[in-house]
Write a protein of this length. Structure first.
Length: 374
């Protein structure tokens, strides 16, 4: 029996962990040391998981008995410390600062002077070895100084500039940079176009920019509620992740289908990068792209991520079974509408993928309703 608790997973032995690669995906796999390195047949997006989906039981993986892969669970003690899910003053201030920056007024007043933390609008041309690199140049680009949208050497030199000022900024790149910049010295000819002036987060600002709110107090009350719900959901997701890590065996056909789906997603990203960079496949292959994003062993990495997603979904199926929950076709349709998912999105990503995603959200929502704060 595995007990789901807010702070940890209690089992008869220590849980093995796995490190997450720096790719934007979260690994939930207990042990990837035995991962097979067989090539996986790439499947077109929208096709990979559909054979496991039925309209009668959306989200449930057809042909898979979840009891074969996930042990028993106990959801009777879902308690979370209240302080762990309450919005802090710092969190509230961060959110308010975000809106102030979003709706900041762009000014070309030459009396203004850029300082760290300011949002500025700049235009720059990047030159390397006397050649202008258009891919690394930009026109009227918004940058918040200190957020490292650009290299730190670049952003720090923006401090002290006034609208209308120009400056040459030198950046020395190492061997981790893109090919055109690797171990090169780039000279950026920068023009400070505008500096954004922040307003004051008061009732007037809220009424003008935040639909549905008439005061700071009303906004902060709603924000605290949303923050709490999201924090609870994250705690639930963490617990499901820990449960997924206890899975050591996976349904082979479903796992391979998921690998195909993820590969299809990556190929779409690759084709988009080709279009953006105006490169051809002969200049920059899919293998080059996956090495840049994931490292050398793409097949191993993609299986690790597939196991993470499959493990999470199997865990959600097991929890739903333990709670006797059913994700009905009506609830699936309602979730589609509430998520504003078009028929095109379902066609592109497939019913199997969309169904499993909405099913997991359904299970998380139901677990969230059971949480007790103390």
């Amino acid at each position: 029996m595995i007990f789901l608790t807010a702070g940890m997973m209690v089992t008869g032995c220590a849980l093995p962990g796995s490190d997450s690669a720096d790719t934007g995906r979260t690994s939930l796999v207990a042990d990837d040391s035995e991962i097979k390195k067989e090539p996986i047949e790439e499947m077109e997006e929208g096709k990979a998981l559909d054979k496991f989906f039925t309209d009668d039981a959306p989200g449930v993986v057809q042909g898979v008995n979840v009891d074969d892969y996930v042990g028993d669970v106990d959801t009777s003690n879902l308690t979370i410390q209240k302080s762990d899910v309450e919005a802090t003053d710092e969190a509230i201030q961060t959110q308010e600062n975000y809106f102030l920056e979003t709706y900041a007024e762009e000014s070309d007043d030459k009396a203004l002077e850029a300082k760290s933390g300011d949002k500025v609008i700049v235009t720059y041309d990047c030159t390397v070895d006397g050649k202008t690199l258009t891919n690394y140049s930009g026109k009227e680009v918004p940058i918040t100084i200190g957020k490292n949208y650009m290299p730190e050497e670049f952003e720090s030199k923006l401090v002290g500039m006034h609208p209308g000022d120009t400056r040459n900024i030198t950046v020395d790149y190492d061997d981790t940079a893109a090919d055109e910049l690797k171990n090169k010295t780039a000279i950026y000819a920068v023009s400070m176009d505008k500096i954004c002036v922040l307003g004051e987060f008061n009732d007037e600002f809220v009424k003008e920019h935040l639909d549905g709110y008439k005061s700071v107090r009303a906004f902060e009350k709603e924000y605290k509620e949303q923050y709490k719900q999201q924090a609870i959901n994250q705690k639930i997701l963490d617990m499901i992740g820990e449960l997924a890590k206890t899975i050591t065996d996976y349904p082979e056909d479903y796992l391979k289908a998921y690998q195909g789906l993820l590969t299809g997603f990556d190929r779409t990203s690759y084709e988009s990068s080709l279009s953006t960079s105006r490169q051809s496949e002969s200049d920059y292959s899919f293998d080059d792209f996956t090495k840049d994003v994931y490292g050398e062993d793409y097949s191993t990495t993609i299986e690790t991520y597939a196991k993470g997603y499959v493990g999470q979904h199997l865990a959600c199926m097991k929890i739903a079974k333990a709670l006797d929950l059913t994700f009905t076709p009506e609830e699936y349709q309602r979730a589609l509408e509430e998520g504003k998912m078009s028929e095109d999105a379902v066609s592109r990503y497939g019913k199997g993928y969309i169904g499993s995603t909405l099913y997991d959200s359904f299970a998380i929502s139901k677990l969230s309703d059971m949480v007790k704060l103390k």
